[in-house]
Structures are given as structure tokens and as C-alpha cells.
Design a protein around this ligand. Structure first.
Ligand code: RP5
Length: 286
């Protein structure tokens, strides 16, 4: 069977701290690839191995690192497959890694889980990588005591849950993803929650097998240090005020299964790349 999940850590010192990630996957007989690739000590290898992920048929990579953690973000810059960022506790308690990982720039998302939340990362990775494999999804649901109540379907589709009255969804159209907002019945495997940060986790309604992407909106009374207690569970957080990144992360997941979405995503990334080159050229000419 193909290995669909890669687990990269920034150092061997991360491994004992996230051991339950490996054992969770082992218990379900899932094969995966383990790497040590440091964003700072072996940047070239880290980039090269990120570029190869898609060709090697990986569907998701979990990037675990501590401190000033750039591994997940830099891996996400070099691939179109979804990256799960797993912040690891080190000398500053892990909030350093969480803040470094969660707030990715517009256009380059990753899905961040909580500090040392290996089980959250494992569940999320399995849901992403085996959307088309009912046997594995059933084993996961049995292990978790949940129900498989969503299917991949024939269309790339997401559900959006939000209290906002207006929402700019133009990027979803560009990415060829259909969507419904606040629909009573969830039929898509991917649900995007967009709300004021103070409404989380209360507004996450599911214990089932959906892939939940969380796009929190800024609220000045929220203390960012409390993110440590908020970002927990198998949910992909895309950063504060990063609605478009939630669409792009959904596109990365759907891009595994739908070629048109994958191609649109690549077009979008290359436009972003060209825009920065253009700005650089202009500033040099001043
Ligand atoms: C990060 O620096 C690693 O992910 C690790 O969490 C931390 C410390 O690494 P070592 O000095 O223990 O190798 O890049």
C-alpha cells in the first residue's frame, strides 16, 4: 500500500515528545514515512524533500517542530499538498512554536493543531489522506467512537459555518470549489468555521468524521497567549484573519482528489510568486 502520510520533525529531540503520533498510526496499521529535516540546519534538504512530496504520492505531511518553528511553513511553501503544523513544546512551553506556525501569510496556508497534540494531528492527517478509503475511515471512527457520516462525493465542495452576514467567497470560485453556507445538513467532508475568535470552540458543532478547518477572526479583547488553550483537537487552524487561507487549505485537500482544483491551486500559487517578483523588480528600479 502507498505511504500517504509523511511525518517530518525538525530534530530527533522532537520525536519522544510526539511519540503518540506514531503509535496512533501504528495501531491502525497505517504506514508512513519518518524524516528529520530542519528548516534551519538542513534548509536545502528540507526544501528538496518538500518539492518531492507530491510526486512521491504523499497526500499530507505532518511537520513537527519547536522553538522558532519554520518547518511547517517552509514545507507548505514548496508543495501543493496540505501540511499539518504540529508545534512541539521546548524551553518556552510551546507557545513560541504555536505562534510561529499558526499565523501563515495570506496565500500560503498550513493547518495548525495544538501544542504537542499528536493525536489531533494524527486524526486530521488520516481524515485528509483517506477520504476515499472507507475501510480506514471506519477503523478510525470505531477507534474514536464517532460515525462516518460524510463522503468525498463527485464534486469538490465545502460547507461554511459562520455568523458573518457577508462573506467574500470569490477565491472559492477561482479554485472551482462549490460551497454552501450555514446549511442545515452537512454533506461535504470539509467544514470551514469562520467566526470571531471568542466564539471558538463553542461554534464547532461536530464530533463526527468531517475535516474541520478553523478561520478565527480577530477580537482585540482576546489574549493571544490563550491560543494555547484554544487550539486543541483534530482541527486545522489557519491563523487569525486568514479567511482565504482556509479556502486554500480546503483546496489543497480537495486537490488530492480533484485534478481541476489542483491545477487552479497551482495557477494561484504561481500568480502569487510572480507578483512578489514583480514588486521586487519595481522596488529595485526606484
Ligand atoms: C527545532 O529546534 C526542533 O524542532 C526542536 O524542537 C528544537 C531544538 O532542537 P535540538 O537542539 O534539540 O536539536 O528546530
Amino acid at each position: 500500500m502507498n505511504k500517504y502520510i509523511e511525518i517530518r520533525t525538525g530534530s530527533d529531540s522532537d520525536i519522544p515528545k510526539i511519540n503518540s503520533l506514531y503509535t496512533f498510526l501504528d495501531d491502525l496499521n497505517i504506514s508512513y514515512s519518518r524524516r528529520i529535516l530542519s528548516a534551519h540546519r538542513t534548509p536545502h534538504e528540507m526544501i528538496q524533500e518538500a518539492e518531492k512530496l507530491e510526486k512521491q504520492h504523499f497526500r499530507v505531511s505532518i511537520a513537527a517542530a519547536g522553538g522558532s518553528a519554520h518547518l511547517a511553513g517552509m514545507t507548505a511553501s514548496e508543495t501543493s499538498i496540505p501540511i499539518i503544523a504540529l508545534p512541539v513544546k521546548s524551553s518556552l512551553g510551546g507557545i513560541d512554536a504555536l505562534l510561529s506556525m499558526i499565523q501563515m501569510p495570506p496565500g500560503v496556508p498550513n493547518g495548525c493543531v495544538g501544542i504537542n497534540d499528536s493525536i489531533g494531528a494524527a486524526i486530521l492527517a488520516l481524515r485528509i489522506a483517506y477520504l476515499d478509503n472507507s475501510e480506514i475511515r471506519n477503523s478510525l471512527a470505531t477507534k474514536l467512537g464517532t460515525k462516518v457520516n460524510v463522503n468525498l462525493g463527485n464534486l469538490p465542495k465545502v460547507e461554511i459555518i459562520t455568523d458573518l452576514d457577508t462573506l467574500d467567497t470569490s477565491l472559492l470560485d477561482i479554485l472551482k470549489i462549490t460551497y454552501s453556507i450555514n446549511s442545515k445538513q452537512i454533506s461535504s467532508p470539509i467544514v470551514i468555521y469562520i467566526n470571531d475568535i471568542s466564539k471558538f470552540p463553542k461554534c464547532i458543532s461536530t464530533k463526527d468524521e468531517q475535516i474541520s478547518i478553523i478561520a478565527p477572526l480577530k477580537n482585540d479583547s482576546f489574549n493571544l497567549i490563550d491560543l494555547e488553550y484554544l487550539v486543541l483537537g483534530p482541527y486545522a487552524w489557519v491563523g487569525i484573519d486568514r479567511i482565504n487561507n482556509s479556502y486554500l487549505f480546503a483546496a489543497q485537500i480537495l486537490g488530492i482528489y480533484f485534478e481541476e482544483v489542483r491545477n487552479k491551486l497551482k495557477e494561484y500559487k504561481s500568480k502569487l510568486y510572480q507578483e512578489v517578483l514583480h514588486k521586487d523588480l519595481k522596488i529595485q528600479q526606484k
